[in-house]
Ligand binder design. Structure first.
Ligand code: DX5
Ligand code: ZN
Length: 217
């Protein structure tokens, strides 16, 4: 099983974006998580293409883009073209999941679907064979620094069982309230990628916190 850490740039210092991106680039984290919020799907606005651009320039790491926007079908291709390796949209944000999948793939990125804490994992069963990634939210999307919701652990176990049953290697990623204190629980439940914003950027030594998450027991 892989242990991928995806530090969330939402918690970076935007006055020092290049410095913070280069720090992640040097670190043991394999991915960089980009949270795009539109103020409609979630009650907060983060950033879009102009901020993603310098991040893409400063690192060769995998860009893991998490779209918290309504009608993602309008933008998935642009994020792929702007250098996203994975484009993940929300199950709850669109009435045309197939279109979002197709547009993302045609634009050359890998496809992920995210579910909010109240959305059951079972809704993903029919889409799973077409997905590279599933993003389980362990907080209500919209803000960094919230407390971890443990119902995400059961969802990881359920999705892991679904994957095994179907013989798939879809990556399960979890996002929200994650640190070296609860990382092991999620890795043991079948998650292979963990997002961490405040735990990484709030740490006295962010690179050490990333290593602690990877080695968590
Ligand atoms: C929340 C975002 C998260 C957020 C995580 O809506 O999707 O990626 O940055 O932040 P922490 O790790 O602080 O909960
Ligand atoms: Zn996120």
């Amino acid at each position: 099983m892989r242990r991928i850490i995806s530090p969330s740039m939402l918690s970076a210092d935007f006055g020092n974006l290049e410095r913070d991106t280069l720090m992640i680039d040097r670190s043991a984290a394999e991915w960089v998580h980009i949270d795009v919020m539109d103020g409609v799907f979630v009650p907060n606005i983060s950033f879009g293409f102009p901020v993603m651009k310098p991040i893409r320039k400063a690192t060769k790491k995998v860009l893991d883009v998490h779209l918290m926007i309504v009608e993602p079908e309008k933008y998935v291709a642009r994020f792929a073209e702007a250098g996203a390796d994975y484009v993940t949209f929300h199950y709850e944000a669109t009435t045309d999941i197939q279109k979002c999948i197709d547009l993302t793939r045609e634009a050359g990125a890998k496809v992920g679907i995210s579910i909010k804490p109240a959305t059951p994992a079972s809704v993903l069963r029919e889409w799973l064979p077409q997905l590279d990634l599933i993003l389980v939210m362990s907080v209500e999307p919209g803000f960094g620094g919230q407390s971890f919701m443990p119902n995400s652990i059961g969802k990881c176990e359920e999705l892991t069982a679904m994957k095994q049953e179907m013989g798939l290697d879809t990556i399960i990623e979890v996002d929200g309230g994650i640190s070296s204190k609860n990382a092991a629980l999620l890795f043991n439940a079948g998650a292979e990628a963990l997002v961490a914003g405040s735990a990484v950027f709030g740490a006295a030594d962010p690179e050490a916190e990333i290593i602690n998450m990877i080695n968590a027991e």
